[in-house]
Structure formats: C-alpha cells, structure tokens
Design a protein around this ligand. Structure first.
Ligand code: 1OR
Length: 296
C-alpha cells in the first residue's frame, strides 16, 4: 500500500534498494537533460543522485489534447516533468473528480514546458489534489514515487519549509496561493553578502531577482552619494532589468550583513510573470510622481 514505505527516505540508505533504470537512446538523453535543466527540484542534486534520477525517468508521450494524466482523488504513482506541451489543472472542491462535464471542477492553474506537477500526493502520501489534462500534444518524463521520495523529496521539503514562513510575509507575494509560493521556494537560493559589498552593480546585465531575507540594503546611482532607497526584510529588488531587459539602473549595496533569496531570470519569468503589473505599479511612489530610481 501507499503508506507502507518509509517516511524517512534518507534513513533507508543502508537497505539494498536501487532505483529503476530505463535505458534510453542518446537522442532521448539529450532531450531529457534539457527538460530537467530548468527544473529547480533537480538543480541541487549530487552527481550520483542526478545519474540515478535520469536513469529512473521514463518518457511518456501524450499524443493529443484532452488526455487526463492525473485524476483528483487517485493514489499518487508518478511525478511528472514537462519536456514540451501544455496542461490545465482543475480542482473539484469535493476532493475528487465527479462524473459529468463539470466533474473536474475549476481550472486553477496551467503548466507548460519546463514545469512539473504531481509532487504533492507523493510528498504527503495524500490523494491527488487536482486533475491534470493535456491541452495539446505533449511530452512528459515520469519519475516513480519511490525514486521521487528517496532522492528528490528531502531537498524539496527542506526548501519549502525553510521559505514558507518568510514568503508568506512578503507583500509582493500576498496575492498568490500558498501552492504558488511553494513553487517559488523550490526555485530560491539564499546568498549572504557582507556589509559594504554590492548585491547589484549599476550598468551590469540583470540575471537575477532578489528578496531581502535579513539585514538592510541601500540604493545608489553612480556619482551620487545620496541613498535613494532603503530595503529591509521582505522588500524586493532587481526586477527592473529583468522586466525591461535593460542594464541595472542603480547599485544595491549591503548596509549591514545581508541575506537575500535569489531567483534566476527563468524562474522570475515563469513564477512571477503574473505579478508584472504589480511590480510595474510599485515603480511609482506614493506621491504619484515617478520614482527617481526608475525614471527613464
Ligand atoms: P498531486 O500529486 O496532488 C495533482 O496531483 C497536481 O496538480 C498536484 O500534485 C500539483 O502538482 C498540481 N492545488 C493542488 N494541486 C495543484 C495546484 C493547486 N496547482 C497545481 N497543482 N492549486 C492551484 C494553485 C495556483 C490550488 C487550488 C486551490
């Protein structure tokens, strides 16, 4: 049964479990490597674990739209990474798919190339929380529940837990579902900067977005010694260069030792794309005039 296996996968390293190995053609391996390269759950694996996971993944072609990959209420068997294609996610508030045309409930999300789904039931030993249906021909890679739990889950749990409380307090992310914040947690990386160092340097190409976790940082423009803005816990910066595809408009200097949560451009676009409007509106200060930082 589903709940029979160990809840503490790392303590089971001394048994003789080996992950399944599904042989692949070189062409498949190339596609697979590309598909997981943008998925944050795979980003922090050690060499050996990465090899095991790549071996255990199975290609699952989804030849047409309208195919149901996951059914709400079912037992969880696989975690899926989207190599290409598109899927809609539906939740029926009753907890399971019901008969009839409206039985899937409400559409709550959409997952495309580079995304993933199906982790919740495996992580929490819970029934599938949603129904997932293809909207076009797609290609998935499926990872069995045991390999997911033994190799990928610890890291994912730790990150989600570590950032859960903090992200819930970030004003920018207020409008998101807690599930969407979990996805952001998967993609964040904490970096520390000593007092006096630059987190962002004016004129550089923008690759990352930052949320301040601890400490104080200040904004300066080149040749001007006045501090234009001060950031404290929960504030974000670095969005402008990414939104506008422009060089960094100012420098952000650590005033104290600081800790920032960094999100790469890819994750920023994928996970915070819906917040672009809010971020652009925040570029204007409360007096209704253009923020000196962000003036063209
Ligand atoms: P699963 O194993 O439960 C269904 O199988 C998958 O759909 C689930 O894992 C997630 O990977 C994915 N609520 C629940 N599951 C979701 C949601 C979601 N979005 C994607 N999945 N919500 C949408 C949040 C924007 C919450 C709706 C109230």
């Amino acid at each position: 049964s589903v709940s029979a296996e160990s809840l503490t996968p790392t303590s089971a390293n001394n048994d003789n479990w080996t992950p399944p190995n599904h042989p692949k053609a070189p062409e498949q391996i190339d596609r697979l490597r590309k598909a997981v390269s943008t998925n944050f759950l795979f980003a922090h694996l050690a060499e050996e674990q990465a090899t095991q996971v790549l071996g255990a993944l199975q290609e699952k072609p989804i030849p047409k739209p309208g195919m149901r990959v996951i059914t709400q209420g079912d037992v969880g068997d696989y975690f899926y990474v989207v190599e290409s294609g598109d899927f809609d996610i539906y939740v029926n508030p009753s907890g399971q798919l019901e008969p009839g045309p409206d039985g899937m409930g409400n559409k709550v999300a959409n997952v495309g190339t580079g995304g993933s789904f199906g982790e919740l039931a495996l992580m929490y030993n819970a029934p599938r929380a949603a129904t997932v249906v293809s909207t076009q021909p797609s290609t998935l890679w499926a990872l069995d529940r045991v390999t997911f739990r033994r190799i990928l889950m610890d890291a994912a749990f730790a990150r989600r837990r570590m950032y859960e409380g903090f992200l819930a307090e970030v004003p920018l992310l207020e409008s998101l579902e807690s599930y969407e914040r979990s996805k952001i947690a998967d993609a964040l990386e904490t970096i520390k900067y000593p007092a006096g160092s630059s987190v962002i340097s004016q004129g550089e190409k923008g690759e990352d977005f930052f949320i301040l976790e601890a400490g104080t940082a200040e904004v300066y423009k080149e040749g001007d010694p006045t501090c234009l803005k001060t950031y404290t816990k929960g504030d974000y910066f670095g969005e402008l260069a990414l939104l506008n595809d422009a060089p960094r408009a100012a420098s952000v200097i650590a005033k104290t030792d600081v800790k920032v949560a960094k999100l790469g451009k890819d994750g920023f676009t994928r996970l915070l794309g819906n917040l672009e409007g809010i971020m652009r509106r925040n570029d204007y200060n409360t007096a209704g005039t253009v923020d000196p930082l962000h003036k063209a």
